[in-house]
Write a protein that binds this ligand. Structure first.
Ligand SMILES: *Cc1c(COP(=O)(O)O)cnc(C)c1O
Length: 299
């Protein structure tokens, strides 16, 4: 089922004479919403093809990817193992409680050990320890994830000029760019500070995936709000107003920042008159429970 497109109505959009639509990937799959489902889809098929019974992956304690892998394990019959960065904190936060409720086994790695998460020797060791699992990298970004994310755009049957998406590892953005094959303009909004580092990583993903170089994309690096998972009052106010006006819930790590950035660019006249813009809602709403609990935030 294609994720629906929802048009946003706002005086600012009329004033600047642009159209803004949200691609509701957050509604894509009931158990596995958002881009993490896109990223997992072909990996799950490959794990089945290899007759793997276990998925093993890595993430922080609030990771949307950890939550998605746990849900996928339950849905598709895999044992799941989550290697979590840092020490165990009790009581567990909502993300890890969710993961456990879906049957995931959690193992905690010190920050030092966690840094080896991509090292072949370390992965070899984990393979032996956990009966040869199918290993997914942190954030789930690999070639099969990029392939899955191309379907975010092949899914759209409407004319448009720009597509905007939040970025963590850049896997989702790489899939969007690859899927568009040089058409449209793609804007990526890094959730991390100093997001320009993503440019060569996305170039590399594109090179590996499609063997091509594309020029129709750029990173908008100044809407990180202080860094990954950092929250500022103006961002929360924006998200709250956005929900009241459009009945769409965002989260502060990725989609809130991206949407704030899109509206700010509209206000600054970044987009030409008549432009039709699509902003991808990549989901991640499971993380809001953690923000509520930690900070007492109304998100
Ligand atoms: C993981 C995530 C992203 C970032 O995806 P990448 O492929 O790592 O760039 C964006 N939005 C949400 C809601 C996410 O959970």
């Amino acid at each position: 089922m294609p994720a629906p497109l929802q048009q946003l109505r706002h005086p600012l959009l009329d004033q600047q004479n642009v159209e803004l639509w949200v691609k509701r990937e957050d509604l894509l799959h009931p158990a596995l919403p958002g881009n993490k489902w896109r990223k997992l889809k072909y990996n799950l098929q490959e794990a089945k093809r290899q007759q793997k019974s276990t998925l093993l992956t890595f993430g922080g304690a609030y990771s949307n990817h950890i939550a998605a892998v746990a849900a996928a394990g339950e849905e598709f019959g895999f044992r799941t193992i989550g290697m979590i960065r840092g020490e165990e904190h009790l009581p567990l936060n909502p993300t890890l409680r969710f993961a456990i409720s879906k049957g995931m086994e959690l193992h905690y790695l010190s920050r030092e050990v966690y840094r080896q998460k991509d090292a072949p020797d370390f992965l070899q060791q984990l393979s032996g320890q956990f009966q040869e699992p199918f290993i997914l990298p942190e954030g789930g970004t690999n070639m099969l994830a990029v392939k899955g994310c191309t379907e975010i755009v092949t899914d759209i049957d409407m004319k448009y000029d720009y597509i905007c998406c939040a970025s963590g590892t850049g896997g989702t953005l790489a899939g969007i760019i690859a899927g568009l094959k040089g058409e449209k303009q793609v804007l990526g909004f890094p959730a991390l500070k100093g997001g320009a580092f993503l440019r060569p990583e996305i170039e590399q993903l594109l090179q590996n995936y499609s063997g091509r170089h594309f020029d129709n994309w750029e990173l908008i690096t100044n809407y990180h709000f202080g860094g990954y998972a950092k929250v500022k009052p103006e961002l929360l106010t924006f998200m709250q107003q956005f929900r009241e006006r459009h009945q769409v819930t965002l989260e502060p790590v990725y989609t809130g920042k991206m949407m704030f950035g899109v509206f700010d660019l509209v206000a600054k006249g970044f987009f030409p008159e008549g432009a039709r813009i699509i902003a991808v809602h990549t989901g991640g709403l499971q993380g809001n429970a953690g923000f509520r609990e930690r900070l007492g935030l109304e998100v």
